[in-house]
Design a protein around this ligand. Structure first.
Ligand code: UDP
Length: 454
């Protein structure tokens, strides 16, 4: 691709969560292909694998997280701690970079034109302003969730939502009341303050980038977000489809699942995975195991080490159940998810509906069985099951019969065929967005122009 931005360097600062690192490094690849040089500043916790990206410069800052803090399952707590601890080392690192770029001359001279960091870093906007550096925020959720989640403090104050359980909550569509209760049950006032800061810093930024969204997925929310935030907004589409190759996975994927999939029939396998953060109870692990066994379909199941509360991995599954599991399917600790979803053998995805996973599934035309646990997953699951109608919703029933039933409906019944047809149409629409003149293609061109103008 044409390189036009030699001499300009962009500084990136991802949040150390797999689902936020992926879109940030995908953006890095895009910008690099457009001639920008890339420096990634990152925390020592969940540091990206620099060796997989030899064209970028990586700089580590000490985040000061203790061993216990790195293991906490409370993601918001960890993020608020990280925001406090990283401010000073990040400031030092960025100031040094700016000074050293100012002191260079001739061919070596490269101007740092902007900072792009995750919207959930709340100290970077004020810092960038004080250094006269434009800052753009990358958002790893859907536009609908990003816009909507700022209403949570208000909903918490109202305490009781004036609708029936099954009705949608108009302040945060298409959530249902029970989704909102699950969202609010998780958090305390720390979250409200944190959300207000994210909102203020997003409004003060030089632009918002939605790394995995596009008009085709989120048109109304994009229109509303443009009015509300009054800053340039870019929805650059499913970025992971623009570049294949080097992965930004923090864990090592078990590649043996690909030859295993090669031995299965077309669209016969259920892929089950709940992303990088969800943890489940041992009883839930067993319900999922039985649901998969009883569905009598082959399955590929990702169980992360440490994702089952109180156990190391799957050692608590009784031996006779393990035998049935290995007869019908394959369990891995981490999968090469993009390759798995692309595989002709995959017929459905039992998912937690993290935004990356949801969009990856759409891009490969794989219908979903939604089992959301928290945060934006509940809204994504409503979009999948009720707006786009490309999946079934388990409604939080982690029960063997429910899982078995959903797998059969999706893979064996005419209902599943209709879902698959709608998914094919959605896949075409979303895939088309990054093609020349598609909405995401045009948005990316605007983003490149915007960054070049700084
Ligand atoms: N992922 C993967 N292998 C796995 C499970 C997940 O590579 O076995 C990747 C997946 O492709 C996605 C990311 O991890 O890009 C998870 O992000 P998502 O937003 O879906 O969920 P989160 O982990 O943030 O809950």
């Amino acid at each position: 691709m044409e390189k036009t931005n030699n001499g300009l360097r962009v500084i990136l600062f991802p949040l150390p969560i797999q689902g936020c690192i992926n879109p940030m490094l995908q953006l890095a690849k895009i910008l690099h292909s457009r001639g920008f040089s890339i420096t990634v500043i990152h925390t020592s916790f969940n540091a990206p694998k620099a060796s997989c990206h030899p064209l970028f410069t990586f700089l580590k800052i000490e985040d000061g997280l203790s061993e216990i803090e790195t293991r906490t399952r409370d993601v918001t707590l960890r993020l608020t701690i990280l925001n406090r601890r990283c401010e000073s080392p990040f400031r030092d690192c960025l100031t040094k970079l700016l000074r050293s770029s100012d002191s260079k001359t001739g061919e070596e001279k490269q101007r740092i034109c902007c900072l792009i960091d995750d919207s959930q870093w709340i100290f970077t906007q004020a810092l960038a302003k004080s250094l006269n550096l434009p800052r753009l925020a990358l958002i790893a959720t859907s536009v609908s969730f990003f816009r909507g989640h700022f209403v949570l403090p208000q909903l918490r104050r109202q305490r009781c939502l004036p609708v029936q359980d099954s009705e949608q909550v108009k302040e945060f569509l298409p959530h249902r009341k029970k989704d909102i209760y699950r969202l609010l049950a998780e958090k305390t006032e720390i979250l409200d303050d944190y959300l207000n800061r994210i909102y203020e810093t997003a409004k003060a930024s030089s632009g918002l980038i939605f790394g995995s969204s596009c008009e085709e997925l989120d048109q109304d929310s994009l229109t509303q977000a443009r009015q509300e935030f009054q800053v340039p907004i870019f929805a650059i589409g499913p970025s992971h489809t623009r570049f294949t190759g080097s992965s930004s996975s923090l864990l090592t994927p078990d590649e043996t699942c690909i030859p295993w999939l090669d031995r299965q029939e077309d669209k016969s396998v259920i892929y089950a995975s709940f992303g990088s953060l969800v943890t489940i109870r041992e009883s839930e692990l067993l319900e999922i195991a039985w649901g998969l066994i009883n569905s009598d379909r082959p399955f590929l199941w990702v169980v992360r080490v440490g994702s089952v509360n109180g156990t190391k991995w799957i050692e608590e599954i009784p031996e006779e159940v393990m035998e049935m599991l290995t007869e019908k399917g394959k369990i891995v600790k981490w999968a090469p998810q993009l390759d798995v979803l692309k595989h002709r053998a995959i017929g459905g995805y039992l998912t937690h509906n993290g935004w990356n996973s949801t969009v990856e599934s759409i891009c490969e035309g794989v219908p979903m069985i939604c089992l959301p646990f928290y945060w934006d997953q509940m809204l994504n699951a409503r979009f999948v099951s009720e707006v786009w109608m490309v999946g079934l919703h388990l409604e939080n029933r982690i029960e063997r019969n429910e899982i078995e039933n959903a797998v059969r409906r999706l893979l064996l019944e005419t209902e599943g065929e209709a879902i698959r047809e709608r998914m094919e149409l959605l896949k075409e629409k979303v895939g088309g967005s990054i093609k020349p003149n598609g909405s995401a293609y045009r948005s990316l061109e605007h983003l490149v122009d915007h960054i070049s103008s700084f």
